[in-house]
Design a protein around this ligand. Structure first.
Ligand code: ZN
Length: 158
């Protein structure tokens, strides 16, 4: 799932939380229900391992991270949040699971490492992302439309 969506959901949870630790905790927790539902990127890691596709996917991830940063930066600058630091912590925690998983996948694919960082967490994340609801996933295009709709709904709640 796009980082932008995880950041937006985490920010919402953070904004609604009464303290910094709870903003972080609730932001973190928003990650997993969002990942559970099919959203078009189940074959993403696998496809992204090869040649041209790898470059296209890397570009997409960079664009996604830039979009997430721009969204958060813009929202904080324009005073969208009553508690901007709560929202910021929530957003940070909301993307953290994918940072942990991304480190392992980067090490395995690029560095040919056999290492799995935070193995138990990595397994849990993969299980939650790929197996919990269904083995089925949408195509990437339909997944993209679905994610944009969910993002707009979350932004409406900000
Ligand atoms: Zn994830």
């Amino acid at each position: 799932m796009f980082i932008t969506l995880h950041a937006a959901a985490g920010a919402l949870a953070g904004e609604l939380s009464p303290s910094y630790p709870s903003a972080f905790a609730f932001g973190f927790l928003t990650h997993f229900p969002l990942d559970m539902f099919p959203h078009g990127d189940r074959g993403f890691g696998h496809r992204a391992k090869h040649g041209r596709a790898a470059r296209a996917y890397t570009l997409m991830i960079v664009a996604d991270v830039v979009a997430a940063l721009a969204l958060m930066y813009g929202a904080i600058l324009t005073g969208r949040f009553d508690r901007p630091f709560h929202a910021f912590l929530g957003a940070l925690a909301g993307v953290l699971p994918d940072v942990v998983v991304g480190l392992t996948e980067y090490a395995q694919v690029i560095k040919k490492s056999a290492r799995t960082y935070f193995r138990g967490f990595y397994r849990f994340h993969t299980y939650n992302h790929n197996r919990l609801i269904t083995f089925y996933d949408f195509g990437m295009k339909f997944g993209l439309v679905y994610q944009v709709i969910v993002l707009l709904l979350i932004l409406k709640l900000w």
